[in-house]
Design a protein around this ligand. Structure first.
Ligand code: ZN
Ligand code: ZN
Length: 681
């Protein structure tokens, strides 16, 4: 009998008969592994780059219908080897890993199999549907169908039930190889035009790979888990419209989305995160808490800050401006509209054109609404000859910019057409750069701490060293500045991910992502070198040697924009801002009209002490007033009646902590003062 050699991840080599499967090897290792296994990864030992035959055939050559996601799956994440079914006979010497649910690649295979299970269930209930494609996605799977009637929520419930039945039957996912003409004939007879199209277009090899799950037959290169029984933790989520092949004008399909995880606990956690995200949606909260609006009459993507949102913004900006001054920045303001010519000098009129509003003609001259603040700051820098003694020059502006974004991508405060960047540009000498970067990072941490974020991720993005011709600046410029960013992060002990080729075209950068209260990352702070603009504008300073030199230029934003950061804060706090940020810090609630004098006194005293306070003197029951203040997420409710008036106290109720009992007014005031001054979060 012909034998082959299987190298396991620990280096052990097993000699087994030709055609042995990964499932059999798993069984030899331990029944437990055999039970856990979902899929296998093999890599030919003798340096072959193609996958083994039979598996290679369809797999490598066929461009999968679900291109992106399947491609990611079939060649493994570390670029080594191929994923194959556990039942695939192995026909040469290979390195073998048996993947269990612990492996993210295996989960994607499970999700792909769940997409097949969905299609199988739909075919049971609606035999006349036309099939599109069904790949795995990050949290589950989808499948596209054409059906005359829309799928209703009741249909989804029935389909999900059918999926559970089919899963319980533990139907094998079987792989078949068919000659291409036979494959076409099969789908033609079945009247599955989209599938015919895919086979025509994408099956190049004479033999085409298919998977069957019950009545469902898919042109698919796999791999799949052995049978449906392992698909347990899933839920159908929604139906959305989709175009065949994602192209407008193509037939409309109904895309059924499902969530799928390995365990019920993971699924539950995911569903909970979705619920939380809905509960925290800043667009809904923005309306309920009267923070901001977008007015159709005024145009999409343009934000109206209402009084309460305006108050939060004032507090945010006050903090920022004070910090800027304390940290040696100069505050500037630059015009919203400037000659188009300036944007030609900066290059924006060329490479950034698609993101800009069209020019405005004034006295036969074209003017441009600013999409960025950089050229304005550059003009201030250039307004006089700078000496090395003045450097670094740090110009900061809460600068409002306008950018063209397609209406389809606009999203509340997060994606808008007009916004205010907390922008700054630092002009310095090469020997100052590391301390400047360190100061930017320190500032970024101050933002995180002040606004209540503790977790973050950092990315350092470099150029694509293979294509230096695409970038301004010399190799030394790039090496020196990337080195400066890297050394600074390392010195500060900040872990970071290196992103080769992800830098801006004009220079390397570091990006901070904050992790919010429910674990979502938000791109925020960015510190970017610029080797482009100083040259374009001929920036100079007179060095110690008396000669003219070009300064280094750094763009940096901490919040990104006031709008976006406000949106993130709303979601992070679910609208319940810490007391130093809250638009109304305390609501005074008199028990009845009888106590309105004392209630007014309490309100006046808080206001005189500089707090944002509101008196609810409506003729309503206390319970109703508490409920309303609670809905507005006001941190403190101060209930006043006869007892309180007599004793000079207030009965304190906290938004999340509930009843805190009566406190002398003076004591409450100094407590509040302490919390606001320390910006407790
Ligand atoms: Zn498939
Ligand atoms: Zn800039």
């Amino acid at each position: 009998m012909d034998m082959i050699h299987i190298t396991m991840p620990d280096g052990a080599i097993r000699e087994v008969p030709l055609g042995t499967t990964a499932a059999e090897i798993a069984q030899q290792i331990s029944p437990r592994l055999a039970k856990e296994a979902l899929v296998a990864r093999i890599a030919p030992t003798h340096g072959l780059t193609a996958p083994p035959s039979g598996w290679s055939a369809g797999a490598a050559a066929e461009k999968s219908p679900d291109a992106a996601s399947e491609a990611r799956m079939s060649s493994s994440a570390n670029g080594e080897g191929f994923l194959v079914d556990l039942r695939a006979p192995i026909d040469q010497d290979v390195r073998l890993s048996i993947l269990t649910p612990k492996d993210p690649e295996a989960i994607q295979v499970l999700r792909h199999s769940a997409a097949h299970l969905l299609a199988a269930a739909v075919l049971e209930l609606f035999p006349n549907v036309k099939l599109g494609i069904g790949p795995p996605i990050d949290t589950g799977f989808f499948y596209d169908f054409v059906r005359a009637e829309p799928f209703t929520p009741e249909d989804l419930a029935r389909i999900e039930k059918k999926m559970r039945e089919l899963a319980a039957e533990d139907i094998p996912n079987e792989r078949k190889m068919l000659p291409k003409p036979e494959a076409l004939e099969l789908y033609r007879k079945w009247d599955q035009g989209f599938k015919c199209e895919l086979v025509e277009e994408r099956a190049i090899e004479p033999m085409v790979s298919f998977y069957t799950t019950g009545k469902f037959i898919d042109f698919c290169r796999g791999p799949h888990i052995p049978s449906t029984g392992r698909i347990r933790a899933f839920k159908l989520m929604s139906v959305a419209g989709a175009y065949w092949k994602g192209q407008e004008g193509n037939p409309q399909m109904q895309r059924i989305y499902g969530a799928c995880f390995y365990t019920q606990q993971e699924l539950d956690e995911y569903l909970h995160r979705i619920e939380e995200a809905k509960r925290r949606d800043h667009r809904r909260l923005g309306q309920e808490l009267e923070l901001f609006s977008v007015q159709e009459e005024a145009g999409p993507g343009l934000i109206f800050w209402h009084p309460k949102g305006g108050l939060v913004r004032k507090v945010m900006e006050d903090w920022l401006r004070d910090e800027l001054l304390r940290r040696g920045y100069d505050l500037v303001y630059t015009p919203h509209i400037m000659r188009l010519e300036l944007w030609k000098t900066s290059g924006h009129a060329n490479f950034y054109r698609e993101n800009m509003f069209g020019p405005v003609e004034v006295e036969k001259d074209d003017y441009q609404l600013k999409p960025m603040n950089c050229p304005g700051h550059i003009l201030i820098y250039k307004s006089k000859l700078r000496s090395y003694r003045e450097l670094p020059v740090r110009l900061a502006e809460l600068g409002t910019v306008y950018r063209y974004e397609r209406s389809g991508v606009l999203h509340g405060l997060l994606r808008v057409r007009g916004f205010t960047q907390d922008d700054a540009h630092i002009f310095c000498m090469p020997e100052q750069i590391e301390s400047e970067i360190e100061a930017c990072i320190d500032f970024a941490f101050a933002v995180m701490k002040t606004f209540g974020f503790t977790e973050y991720e950092v990315e350092l993005s470099d150029w694509d060293a293979k294509h230096p011709e695409n970038y301004p600046g010399s190799a030394e410029d790039w090496a020196r500045s990337t080195g400066a960013l890297e050394r600074t992060l390392t010195r500060l002990g900040i872990p970071f991910k290196r992103m080769e080729g992800e830098g801006a075209f004009y220079g390397p950068k570091i990006d901070f992502k904050l992790i919010d209260a429910i674990g979502r990352p938000w791109q925020l702070t960015t510190v970017q070198f610029d080797f482009n603009l100083p040259g374009r504008f001929g920036l100079e300073y007179v060095g110690e040697d008396g000669n003219r030199h070009q300064p280094l230029m750094v763009h940096r934003a901490l919040w990104g924009s006031v709008e976006r950061f406000f949106g993130i804060l709303i979601e992070h706090y679910a609208g319940a801002f810490p007391v130093w940020l809250a638009p109304v810090q305390a609501e005074v609630l008199p028990l009845s009209e009888k106590f309105s004098i004392y209630a007014n006194n309490v309100t006046a005293e808080l206001r005189a002490a500089g707090f944002r306070v509101h008196l609810d003197d409506r003729n309503e029951k206390l319970q109703a007033k508490i409920r309303d203040a609670q809905l507005l997420k006001i941190p403190y409710m101060l209930i006043v009646g006869g007892k309180e008036a007599e004793a000079g106290t207030v009965s304190v109720r906290h938004q999340s902590k509930g009843d805190l009992g009566p406190r002398p007014l003076g004591e409450f005031l100094s407590d509040l003062r302490q919390q606001v001054d320390s910006r407790a979060v």
